[in-house]
Design a protein around this ligand. Structure first.
Ligand SMILES: Cc1cc2nc3c(=O)[nH]c(=O)nc-3n(C[C@H](O)[C@H](O)[C@H](O)COP(=O)(O)OP(=O)(O)OC[C@H]3O[C@@H](n4cnc5c(N)ncnc54)[C@H](O)[C@@H]3O)c2cc1C
Length: 499
């Protein structure tokens, strides 16, 4: 059989997605393949992505990045979850932490036992007291989870807040040290094979050609290859995720670094607050059908807790996904394959997944369409499962104080999400269809946080002796509080780590 191994990979785009693709490809294939990244400083990157999910640690680990050097170079802080403010109703507050609310009993989430206790015991503390991550966040503590037997010292996970531009630069150095070529140039054209339709080269404005066998489109929202050449098409999800604009602005750090992201609901969207070592990242995600850009700026700037370091940067987007991310010899990764607003910090996570799947289903030069088909199914599935999770935050609002929230309460939602909401409301159960997606505890954080009270009449839960149950959870709460009290302050931990 003829050798089908790919020898030349061209990555179009040097944003977060481009360099996140280049680094693992260099590690795995650098010895057999030439890899080039083409980027144009004239176009620049989005580079706003500053909050991540815990999976970023496994991505870094697979590359062999030193975690301390990573924290120092990207000005990172630790993230235990997201504090939601004014979501569901004005004055509401809840925490979506990385980890659970104590171990399940009889395959039932501990939240349901808490619900029974709360109905029967006076002054029952919040169920968030059983989440190690939530208690750490409340007390501004951080230490990495310990190894060994399951305990309060390891019943949580963490991610990072970081400067996405510095992360891309870190990965660029990593990839270039492993032979990846960086080509600076503005792509103005594409050459396709007359029979197969495969891309054979991209043409730069100065006349250079960059040839390749596999092209990874990391060109951002424009989808230079996947849309520009192959017209993949786009599923527009704006009807259920109406936010289509963002403004981002850094401000001076308030000093104390919170080990969590803050997401505060506003009249036509929400704002984020992400603490980094040297500054705080802030942004306002909103819908221009319900707010002017000037009004959005005003809301963003008045919420800063330090001096703004720049003027707000305006971004516009359409939420949705490309109908296909892999067509012929072109694979789209990053914003070129789709975009879901950053409410749950999922874009970088989807990039990690896509790179993992590309390596898993890596093609030969015959580009078997079955591989593309499998990749496209997985990507579509991931976007849809994340979409449902994000729509959930909006749909369950009880806010009627603005036209935007009234729209969200009334908007149509996918059947998959309707089922999820009804299942929880009627039975207290959560359906996890995407095993690599958000967990049962994550769903409960949002559903319960937004005020859904499940109707649970479950014999297994009702059967438990109430006082034993109370004693069990009282002890759990005590152990969590003691464990967290022994952890260092997050700000001190970060400062000490990076010297
Ligand atoms: C408001 C906002 C907030 C976000 N927050 C988060 C977050 O908290 N967490 C998270 O995980 N994600 C977040 N994201 C998403 C995250 O920013 C992106 O997923 C990530 O930056 C990847 O972008 P990219 O590399 O695909 O595209 P880009 O950053 O747009 O990079 C595109 C690259 O393509 C190159 N290029 C394009 N056209 C050409 C051409 N003709 N010739 C040569 N080069 C070209 C450009 O030079 C650039 O290098 C956020 C996104 C937005 C919009």
């Amino acid at each position: 059989m003829a050798d089908q191994a790919i020898r030349k990979i061209v990555i179009v785009g040097g944003g977060t997605a481009g360099w996140m693709s280049a680094a693992p490809l260099a590690l795995k294939l650098g010895h057999t393949c030439e890899i080039a990244v083409v980027e144009s400083p004239e176009i620049g990157t989005v580079g706003v992505g500053e909050a991540t999910l815990p999976t970023i640690r496994y991505f870094n680990q697979a590359l062999g990045l030193d975690p301390v050097e990573f924290v120092a170079r990207t000005k990172a802080t630790f993230k235990l979850g997201i504090e939601f403010r004014d979501w569901g109703r004005l004055g509401n507050r809840f925490f979506h932490g990385f980890g659970d609310f104590g171990p399940d009993i009889e395959y039932r989430s501990s939240y349901l036992y808490w619900q029974r206790l709360e109905r029967n015991i006076k002054d029952m503390p919040s169920y968030e007291d059983w989440s190690v991550a939530a208690v750490m966040a409340r007390k501004h503590r951080f230490a990495p989870p310990t190894g060994g037997q399951p305990s309060a010292g390891n019943a949580y996970s963490f991610a990072y807040h970081f400067d996405a531009g510095l992360y891309a630069a870190h990965l660029r150095d990593y990839a270039m040290a492993r032979g990846v070529a960086r080509i600076e140039g503005y792509i103005t054209g594409v050459e396709q094979h007359p029979q197969s339709g495969n891309i054979v080269a991209v043409k730069l404005r100065d006349g250079r050609r960059v040839e390749g066998e596999l092209f990874i489109d990391c060109s951002g929202f424009r989808g230079l290859l996947i849309e520009g050449v192959y017209q993949a098409g786009y599923d527009d999800w704006s009807a259920m995720l109406p936010c289509n604009c963002a403004q981002a602005v850094p401000c001076e750090s308030a000093g104390r670094l919170t080990p969590y992201t803050v997401s505060a609901a506003k009249g036509a969207g929400w704002t984020w607050r992400i603490p980094l070592q040297h500054r705080t990242g802030n942004g306002h995600v909103y819908c221009d059908g319900f707010s002017t850009d000037a009004e959005a700026s005003r809301v963003l700037l008045e919420g800063l807790d330090g001096r703004a370091l720049d003027d707000p940067r305006q971004l516009r987007f359409t939420t949705g996904r490309r109908r296909k991310s892999w067509i012929k010899n072109c694979v789209a990764i990053g914003l070129s394959s789709g975009f879901l607003e950053p409410l749950e910090s999922t874009s970088i996570n989807i990039i990690e997944n896509a790179i993992g799947w590309l390596l898993q289903y890596f093609p030969g030069r015959d580009f078997r369409p079955e591989l593309a088909d499998q990749f496209n199914r997985l990507v579509a599935y991931r976007y849809e499962s994340v979409r449902d999770f994000i729509v959930l935050h909006y749909k369950l609002t009880g806010r009627t104080d603005s036209e935007f929230w009234r729209y969200c309460a009334d908007m149509p939602i996918p059947d998959t999400l309707r089922h999820q909401i009804e299942l929880f409301r009627e039975t207290g159960r959560v359906a996890i269809i995407d095993r690599d997606g958000f967990s049962v505890s994550s769903h409960i954080s949002i559903l319960a946080g937004l005020g859904v009270v499940p109707k649970v009449d479950d014999p297994l839960i009702n059967f438990m002796d109430l006082h034993k149950l109370h004693a069990h959870y009282h002890q759990l709460r005590k152990v969590i509080a003691q464990t967290v009290d022994a952890m260092p302050d997050h700000t001190q931990y970060v400062r000490q780590l990076v010297g």
